[in-house]
Write a protein that binds this ligand. Sequence first.
Ligand code: MF3
Ligand code: CO
Ligand code: CO
Length: 257
Amino acid sequence: MIILKSERDQKAMREAGAIAALVLDEVARFVVPGVTTLDVDEYAAARIRCHGARSAFLGYHKYPCHVCISVNDEVVHGIAGRRRLEFGDLASIDVGVYYHGFVGDTARTVPVGGCDARAQKLMDVTERALYEGIAQAVAGNRVVDVSRAIQRFVEANGFSVVREFVGHGVGRSVHEEPQVPNYDDGKSSPRLRPGMTLAIEPMVNAGGPGVRVLSDGWTVVSEDGLPSAHFEHTVLVGEGPAEILTCCPETPLTRLP
Ligand code: MF3
Ligand code: CO
Ligand code: CO
């Protein structure tokens, strides 16, 4: 069952989304060469607390960290630890917060200090694929229209979309129906209606689409060891263009085409 959000729910989702976006922005600026992934998680925990929210990921299916930090060939669900970030690494940060009973879920890949042109292209294509998907998140379309737009854009740029992990409805829970794949899975696909809130989140591999899970039970890595990028927004479907709930109020998206 897909849960439609009332006006009141939408207002709460806007607040949760804004906090998630602020935290992601803060954490992204904290990511510099020399900090450990545990430093990043501790900083994220402090910022989430400071905004009066709590992590939606800590303890979710026993996930042990406040945010997900996935480096280079790590696709999603990386676990913070003693690893020290180095210049040129790609760090994917995924922030999920609860605020007044609702979840904001947003992710971004950032270069640590700087990166080479190929890595920059991977990030740009993934971010733009997210916006291609969001552009299709309009009442009357189906979920597969979002999926196809993402897949088409990514593959036209020579990269691969991950199949095993998908976007999702989001609301009082991190994961609600419907699933929002980043490719056309050929299955029947729900129609989008005003009041749906979706987390759209392309995970894009520089090489092949294959992934596997490390023995820690969480960290998803690319099978070929090539880097991966991940961008995510929580959006509200309406009659017109979707409203992005996880836009950071202090960093308008001026960089986008
Ligand atoms: N961030 C993931 C998502 O966007 C969910 C993470 S679940 C966790 O859907 F348990 F790993 F935190
Ligand atoms: Co997320
Ligand atoms: Co998500």
